[in-house]
Design a protein around this ligand. Structure first.
Ligand SMILES: Nc1nc2c(ncn2[C@@H]2O[C@H](COP(=O)(O)OP(=O)(O)OP(=O)(O)O)[C@@H](O)[C@H]2O)c(=O)[nH]1
Ligand SMILES: [Mg+2]
Length: 234
């Protein structure tokens, strides 16, 4: 198996839907999840590149592992729940610091998930399914609440992150491009999120390759040198 060419990491509080987003994208389904323990990854082939996407645990007890997962990341997806303002606050307070180990040119996406639970997301998913907005109430639809976190608040956090990383706004993608609202349940914006990031990560991979020898080893191309010493781990 080839080593990944790039790495994307999902971070965010427990229960915001990180595992569900990844499952929706990779397995095309929304299924029951259990709270993640430690971390897990999927490999996605995008064009001719292998990108690893890491799902991490939001639970406090696994917090210490976050910076390890972020090491060398080309992009980090900071996830919150659009119906829980505290989950956005936590991104700044608890999770941003974990990204210090990521690449210096690491990209940041801010993702508000569970849009389907808010009134706004409800009308979007119903329209997509061909219902009129008056048809809610078939007994299967959860009660809708006004969305608690506005997109502008996520964009304000994006700008704070740029300051924290000492990045100039003109050198990085605009906040509008990097802040998403999603629903792992309906699939709303999930492909857009991941595939926009893949397209942004590929030029970074190419830049890194042009800059010098790869830091990862492609073991499928490895040919042992003719003068090998046995019993030594170089
Ligand atoms: N309605 C709705 N529920 C969602 C959505 N995404 C996730 N959920 C539900 O929210 C709960 C938590 O989802 P997970 O994906 O396990 O959350 P997580 O962020 O991975 O949580 P940890 O692994 O504990 O950090 C589960 O019951 C999911 O079914 C969504 O977009 N809409
Ligand atoms: Mg999880």
């Amino acid at each position: 198996m080839r080593k990944p060419d790039g790495k994307i990491v999902l971070l965010g509080d427990m229960n915001v839907g990180k595992t569900s987003l990844l499952q929706r994208y990779m397995e095309r389904r929304f299924a029951d999840t259990v709270s993640t323990v430690g971390g897990a990854f999927y490999l996605k082939q995008w064009r001719s590149y292998n990108i690893s996407i890491w799902d991490t645990a939001g639970r406090e007890q696994f917090h210490g592992l976050g910076s390890m997962y972020c090491r060398g990341a080309a992009a980090v997806i900071l996830t919150y729940d659009v119906n829980h303002p505290q989950s956005l606050v936590e991104l700044e307070d608890r999770f941003l610091g974990l990204t210090d180990t990521a690449n210096t040119d690491c990209l940041f996406a801010i993702v508000g998930n569970k849009l389907d639970l808010s009134e706004e997301g409800a009308s979007e998913s119903l329209e997509k399914e061909g219902h009129s907005s008056g048809s809610v109430g078939d007994g299967c639809v959860s009660p809708k609440v006004p969305k608690q976190v506005k997109p502008e608040e996520a964009m304000a956090l994006y700008k704070k992150i740029l300051k924290y990383k000492m990045l100039d706004e003109k050198d990085v993608p605009a906040a509008e491009q990097m802040c998403f609202e999603t629903s792992a349940k309906t699939g709303h914006n999930v492909d857009l999120l991941f595939e926009s990031l893949f397209d942004m990560v590929v030029p970074m991979i190419l830049r890194q390759r042009a800059q010098g020898p790869p830091q990862t080893v492609d073991i499928s191309c490895y040919k042992p040198p003719s003068r090998t010493k046995s019993g030594c781990c170089a």
